[in-house]
Design a protein around this ligand. Structure first.
Ligand code: S3P
Length: 176
């Protein structure tokens, strides 16, 4: 990947449970850079949790906040590691901002693996029912594949790999 002042950020995309936050935090530590998670930016802007925004204002309000969060995060002049919520790539403007300001890594995993991880991490995700996450993730994987492919510079497979192995694989690709 070509890293320069323009495409300065390391951006992680992928479905829920792909490991964007965990891997992103460790990449940021290793690169000695700030870490930004778009869901955290949204929660700070709205002073509500993602779950509350979905429940009280609906998904379209959440997506509008997400657009603002992506624009904010990507416009920062300091190179950062940015983890995007799984659906951020659906918006063409978001994809453009991410690609023009950063190198984009798609963290991929099988839906069954994603479902296990979202079960384990304790984060509430409004798009996933407590049971039946696999079926939803399978559907989202199909629906979103083209958007991930369009935005990503590289794909890193995370199935069967530890967090540190994934971090190593990402940083192998991304050398500032
Ligand atoms: C979403 C993913 C979530 C969060 C919201 C919607 C999605 O983020 O933004 O619940 O549409 O895939 P994570 O991918 O960090 O879980």
């Amino acid at each position: 990947m070509s890293v320069d002042e323009t495409r300065r950020h390391l951006v992680l995309v992928g479905l829920m449970g792909a490991g964007k936050t965990t891997v992103g935090e460790r990449c940021a530590q290793r690169l000695a850079r700030p870490f930004v998670d778009t869901d955290d930016v949204i929660e700070a802007m709205a002073r509500r949790t993602v779950r509350e925004i979905f429940a009280e204002a609906g998904e379209s309000t959440f997506r509008a906040l997400e657009r603002d969060a992506v624009r904010d995060a990507t416009s920062s002049p300091a190179a950062a590691v940015i983890a995007c919520g799984g659906g951020a790539v659906l918006d063409p403007d978001n994809r453009r901002h991410l690609r023009t300001s950063g190198n984009v890594v798609w963290l991929r995993a099988d839906p069954a693996v994603l479902a296990e991880r979202v079960d384990a991490d304790g984060v509430e995700r409004p798009l996933l029912a407590p049971r039946g996450a696999v079926a939803t993730l399978e559907r989202l994987a199909v629906v979103r594949a083209a958007a991930y492919e369009a935005v990503a510079d590289v794909v890193v497979d995370t199935d069967g790999r530890t967090v540190d192995e994934v971090v190593d694989a990402v940083l192998e690709e991304y050398r500032p």
